[in-house]
Ligand binder design. Structure first.
Ligand code: F6P
Length: 340
């Protein structure tokens, strides 16, 4: 069977009515090439000397793994020279990365979590790269990009995607025209379209949440999970299954493939923080993908893509996946705040 390559898909999208711009096409090609390089490094593991941690901490105060830093550098280097970007931002860097003056600048902003699920690296379990593309505001034309230029709601994203480094390496992408999954053919070195128009069923019997935090959850989350756990004889009238890979990219990939609900909600461990996951590098791109696949995504009360960011490294509660389940959790939050 002759499959479409990523390049063929993108060229078709350029010719389509919605005419994908040539800068965006170049951007996607370059990001996907960088993901190939990261995939190669990941698959070498101990043989490539890439496992383990460094002495350093990132801006979030987390110990950096060697692969966090390698992946960040690969993405920065790959995207500097193409002339398609105005600036980049990464979960691993405190401030934004401007395109050096020796290169031409474009009109897009690239954000990424270079290696999501770092705690899985050393145990040989799936990890990934998540990315998001925004257009630089018109007001930024002719001046240097600032952090504020990145603070746009997720609904303005032009592209969102991730690469997952698992048993297969896959690139899952949306340009706002559905969700497409490409598998890396290692011999050919090309991304081939294997999963066209990925869709999330509205109902599911599978939930993903870190159960060890149960005692810290807010009552609506507790209520939802208690009802799932009650199974067939409970109010939901069906048995649920649970999965937790501890890499958002892998948990989201599962639900984009076969449905499910994923939650990393606010909890009382650090009550001042709205959640663990980052709005700009994780929640926004994943929410765009999930919505494009027919699912839903909220922070418990509000659609994530509508949130106006106030800082680059902002955190957020996340509830996303199969539509009917996400709506139920969101309703429980609204009911709880009404009765409070
Ligand atoms: O980026 C944070 C992250 O690694 C996510 O990919 C993942 O869903 C989550 O943290 C896992 O958190 P925990 O260690 O609490 O299970």
């Amino acid at each position: 069977m002759k499959r479409k390559t990523l390049t063929q898909y993108l060229v078709e999208q350029q010719r389509a009515e919605h005419a994908l711009g040539s800068e965006v096409r170049l951007l996607i090609e370059i990001v996907s090439r960088a993901c190939k390089t990261i995939s190669h490094a990941v698959s070498k593991g101990a043989l490539g000397g890439v496992l383990g941690s460094l002495e350093s901490e990132n801006v979030q105060g987390e110990v950096q793994k060697k692969l966090d830093v390698i992946s960040n550098e690969v993405l920065l280097e790959a995207n500097e020279w193409g002339g398609h970007l105005a600036a980049m931002a990464s979960e691993e860097m405190e401030t934004i990365h401007l395109i050096p003056n020796r290169y031409p600048k474009g009109e897009f902003l690239l954000l990424f979590d270079p290696l999501d699920g770092s705690s899985n690296i050393d145990i040989n379990v799936s990890i990934g790269t998540i990315f998001s593309v925004l257009r630089a505001p018109a007001s930024a034309s002719g001046r240097e990009i600032t952090e504020e230029d990145f603070l746009q709601p997720g609904s303005t994203q032009v592209v969102a995607g991730y690469a997952i480094y698992g048993p297969q390496t896959m690139l899952v992408l949306t340009i706002g025209q559905g969700v497409m999954g490409f598998t890396l053919d290692r011999e050919m070195g090309s991304w081939l379209l294997t999963h066209e128009n990925m869709t999330i069923p509205a109902d599911t019997k599978e939930f993903a949440i870190n159960m060890s935090n149960m005692r810290h959850w807010a009552p609506p989350v507790r209520r939802y999970i208690d009802e799932c756990l009650a199974g067939k004889t409970g109010v939901r009238g069906k048995d649920f299954n649970t999965r937790w890979i501890a890499a958002m990219v892998a948990d989201v990939h599962r639900l984009i493939t076969r449905g499910g609900i994923f939650m990393y909600p606010w909890d009382a461990r650090e009550p001042g923080k709205p959640g663990k996951l980052r709005l700009m590098y994780e929640a926004n791109p994943m929410s765009m993908l999930v919505e494009q696949a027919g699912g839903a995504s909220t922070d418990g009360t509000q659609r994530i893509l509508d949130i106006q960011p106030t800082s680059l490294h902002q955190r957020v509660g996340v509830v996303l996946g199969s539509k009917n389940e996400v709506e139920l959790v969101t309703r429980y939050h609204h009911e709880a705040s009404k009765s409070a």
